[in-house]
Write a protein that binds this ligand. Structure first.
Ligand code: NAD
Length: 426
């Protein structure tokens, strides 16, 4: 199949590389010319495990191409996948400017039949609106199919997720494109879920809202455990054995971040309010998440009451391990609050050199703790979970370790003469 993917970001690039690897002829386009120029030379602008190799393999085989000629590419290809960003507006609703730009180009280039697939996360009603817009522009409905095909990949394991999806969701208006759609991901064995356009849009939002709810639930229970001096990990053991609950997404810590959960939750809330639907649960999920940073800073102030002029090292800047994505990262929110409190912040992340005012960024994990009063683990990168505590201890001035991801072995930390601080863990 001949496919044009619009948007060479986290979703567009991984989808393009995988679909080319499945044997399709894929053209991935982006309006950022420098990005495309680099991609043509095999230089991948984001970090995603395995992606550079897969892109390079499929560039060589000729199955994958990159172009900044968005209009021409859209004209030439019968299947268009839209994977542009849909960030949050101030009021929490989705900013659909990029999507609307792409739809306008598609509308001007429908000469033969096209299947237009929205992979970007969009509020319920968006794909129906795209359909109505094209009809109102006088485009014959026989000339196009609109499909909503939300993406469920996770940054850090994006390729694995594309090769092993637990479902593939297609929202359509009619059954016409279904046979073609089934060929798109024919390599996978995941169940297909066919539904309406808005049904597919809402599956995506409901999934992310549920995952975010689990995290805020975990954080609230961890707060209660903390108050009663109970190990939250023990409670999780009890929860996880119940198949109705499961183990995933029950980690307590700084809360959820990244480019999806916070923005999708806000957008879903906004969509609900537009229809006068109350969102008490979603409101609480967001509120718990937004207060997690403060909770950990309060924990720190139990042993360092005056944070001003203290030197604090933060390990981790990305919103989770195995990515370079800083969007809505709780670690960054924490760093900014430390700076506001007058701390001298030293930071280390395996993937990112931070350029933030009043933050000193290090290239060496152990250099970053030199003379610090406290060390905070803000992202659970593998190399932070089991570091050389002897080196940490000898480099630090103080001895406080704040485990803001509940990922450390408490006994190991204590054995090295360090003071362990966590929420629901002691
Ligand atoms: P991104 O910001 O990394 O990439 C978007 C790309 O689209 C950018 O390279 C941008 O230059 C390009 N673009 C924007 N407007 C364009 C236009 N008019 N023509 C050509 N290119 C254009 O975004 P992302 O993280 O890949 O997310 C894309 C969508 O997928 C969003 O709706 C997001 O919510 C959704 N999603 C993301 C993830 C994730 O983990 N990142 C997972 C599932 C779904």
């Amino acid at each position: 199949m001949r496919i044009c993917i619009v948007g060479a970001g986290y979703v567009g690039l991984t989808t393009a590389a995988a679909l080319a690897d499945f044997g399709h002829e894929v053209q991935c386009v982006d309006m950022e010319e420098s990005k495309i120029e680099n991609l043509r030379q095999g230089k991948v602008p984001i970090y995603e495990p395995g992606l550079e190799d897969l892109i390079s393999k499929n560039l060589k085989s000729g199955k994958l191409n990159f172009s900044s000629q968005v209009k021409e590419s859209i004209r030439d290809y019968p299947i268009i996948i839209i994977a542009v960003g849909t960030p949050s507006k101030e009021d929490g609703s989705s900013n659909l400017t990029f999507l609307n730009q792409v739809v306008a180009v598609i509308a001007s280039e429908i000469h033969d039949h096209k299947i237009i697939i929205t992979k970007s996360t969009v509020p319920p009603g968006t794909n129906e609106r795209i359909y109505q817009t094209l009809i109102q522009m006088g485009i014959d409905e026989e000339l196009f199919d609109i499909v909503s095909n939300p993406e469920f990949l996770r940054e850090g394991t994006a390729l694995w997720d594309i090769y092993h999806p637990n479902k593939i969701v297609f929202g359509t208006k009619t059954a016409r494109p279904i046979n073609v759609l089934k060929e798109l991901y024919e390599k996978g064995s995941a169940p297909y879920i066919f539904t309406s356009l808005s049904g597919a849009e809402l599956i995506k939002y409901a999934s992310n809202a549920f995952l975010a709810t689990k995290i805020s639930f975990a954080n609230e229970i961890a707060r209660i455990c903390d108050a009663y001096e109970v190990n939250y990990a023990d409670v999780v053991k009890g929860l996880a054995t119940d198949p109705r609950i499961g183990r995933l997404f029950l980690n307590a810590g700084l809360g959820f971040g990244g480019s999806c959960l916070p923005k999708d939750l806000s957008s879903l809330k906004h969509s609900a309010l537009l229809q006068n639907v109350d969102t008490k649960l979603l409101d609480a999920v967001l509120e718990i998440n937004e207060t997690q940073t403060k909770l950990y800073l309060n924990k720190l102030s139990t042993v360092l009451p005056d944070l001003s002029k203290k030197q604090i090292t933060v390990w981790g800047a990305t919103f989770k391990p195995n990515t370079d994505d800083l969007r809505s990262s709780p670690a960054i929110a924490l760093i900014k609050q430390l700076v506001q409190k007058g701390c001298r912040v030293h930071a280390f992340d395996p993937m990112v050199q931070l350029e933030l005012p009043e933050v000193t960024s290090y290239r060496d994990q152990y250099e970053s703790v030199k003379d610090s009063d406290a060390l905070i683990i803000a992202t659970e990168w593998e190399q932070f979970i089991n570091p050389n505590w002897i080196e940490v201890k000898s480099n630090m001035k103080g001895s406080i370790i704040l485990d803001a991801r509940n990922c450390l072995d408490v006994n190991k930390v204590k054995r090295h003469g360090l003071l362990y601080l966590g929420v629901g863990k002691r």
